[in-house]
Design a binder for this molecule. Structure first.
Ligand SMILES: NC(=O)c1ccc[n+]([C@@H]2O[C@H](COP(=O)([O-])OP(=O)(O)OC[C@H]3O[C@@H](n4cnc5c(N)ncnc54)[C@H](O)[C@@H]3O)[C@@H](O)[C@H]2O)c1
Ligand SMILES: [Zn+2]
Ligand SMILES: [Zn+2]
Length: 369
């Protein structure tokens, strides 16, 4: 079929929205009609050429939500008409990692996905017979996509897909960092560094865990206001004195749980240094620049602080994204303030500009508008 999609032709150039071909879903694959898709830093990171593992031509986009149109042979977990959120982090439910509660890093299709292919090593996207590669296994800057069944979370049909798409990446990452990776205990003190979608999700996750006090750190004042809305009690502007400030605010000891959601290694270090002696856990969500390293004074670890990393918040997507959506429907998670702009697919590059200008938290492409 012919579809319109935003194609990365050349690194560092705007994406080009054009008509391309999409083949039928093969065995284990699903055709999804996109209704909404968030514009995320990872898309821009690849489009800019900064990602050393990037490739082109490819259809970018990974924060999709839509409706199943057609299923390939053997697909049993979704059917036409189902509402789904796309998962760049799949869940096969069979590999050693899927069967272990300690991780969400499914091993089933990693290699092919990283190279831009569907699990059988080919693409469904093409133009004039030449293959165009998939991105993150999702390629959701497009009217339709073909994806592996194991990379789709079936969600409640009542949820607005324009809102559901933010659960495909940043929001679930933050929620999961608090709920899965750190397993924040009720009554705890938490510090969240960064109030983008990931950090705001972590604030919400700490609140849902029953944290007693949540401190959010970000130099952007308007983002700190959003952090209050997600449940932060105290906010501070960040900078070199932030460690001292937080130690002072926490009786000299630091917080039970800290979360880093900036991608800055200097802030990661602050997250370790503000975790409490004895049991403080610092969880890293940010993706640091290539070659950067995190400096930690070993004494901080010997005296009981721990460090963890969190990919997609440790969320096993097919199981847990639908649960997050249910909590959103129940009124536990406030998504409205996180969506600042609604764009058409033609305006996808405007989404990158808005992100660059830190204008709002998420721009969402609406395919029905
Ligand atoms: N682990 C994962 O699976 C996963 C998933 C999505 C995103 N990420 C990563 O998480 C990070 C955050 O993503 P996002 O979408 O929320 O990004 P974002 O850019 O919207 O938010 C980052 C925030 O950090 C703030 N900040 C800058 N300097 C700071 C400082 N010194 N102290 C405190 N805050 C500071 C910025 O003002 C901004 O609000 C990125 O590195 C992103 O690549 C990771
Ligand atoms: Zn993303
Ligand atoms: Zn698996």
């Amino acid at each position: 079929m012919k579809i319109r999609a935003a194609v990365l032709e050349e690194f560092g150039r705007p994406l080009e929205v054009q008509e391309i071909d999409l083949a039928e879903p093969k065995a284990g694959e699903v055709l999804v009609r996109l209704v909404a898709c968030g514009v995320c830093h990872t898309d821009l990171y690849t489009a800019s050429g900064a990602d050393p593992s990037g490739y082109s031509p490819a259809v970018l986009g990974h924060e999709g939500a839509g409706v199943v149109e057609k299923v390939g042979e053997g697909v049993a977990s979704v059917a036409p008409g189902d509402h789904v959120v796309t998962l760049f982090s799949p869940q096969c439910r069979e590999c050693a990692h899927c069967l272990d509660s300690r991780t969400n890093l499914c091993l089933a299709i990693r290699e092919q996905q990283n190279q831009g292919y569907l699990p059988d090593g080919t693409t469904r996207l093409s133009r004039d017979g030449e293959p165009i590669r998939h991105f993150m296994g999702t390629s959701t800057f497009a009217e339709y996509t073909v994806m592996p069944e194991i990379a789709l979370a079936k969600i409640a049909p009542e949820a607005s897909l324009d809102h559901a798409c933010v659960f495909a990446c940043g929001l679930s990452t933050g929620l999961g960092a608090a709920l899965n990776t750190a397993k924040v205990e009720p009554g705890s003190t938490c510090v969240v560094f960064g109030a983008g979608l990931v950090g705001l999700g972590a604030v919400a996750g700490c609140r849902l865990s029953g944290a007693w006090r949540i401190i959010c750190v970000d130099p952007a004042q308007q983002r700190l206001e959003l952090a209050h809305g997600q449940g932060a009690h105290d906010t501070i502007g960040g900078g070199p004195d932030v460690v001292e400030q937080i130690l002072e605010m926490t009786g000299g000891l630091g917080a039970d749980y800290t979360f880093e959601a900036t991608g800055l290694v200097g802030v990661m270090r602050q997250a370790v240094e503000t975790a409490r002696m004895g049991w403080g856990l610092a969880t890293m969500c940010g993706v640091a620049g290539k070659g950067e390293t995190l400096d930690i004074v070993p004494r901080l670890l010997i005296t009981g602080r721990r460090v963890a990393g969190s990919s997609f918040g440790g969320v096993k997507g097919r199981d847990q994204v639908p649960q997050f959506i249910d909590r959103y429907l129940a009124g536990d998670i406030d998504v409205d303030p996180l969506i600042s702009h609604t764009l058409t697919l033609n305006d996808v590059n405007r989404g990158f500009e808005l992100m660059h200008a830190q204008d709002g938290i998420r721009s969402v492409i609406s395919f029905d508008s």
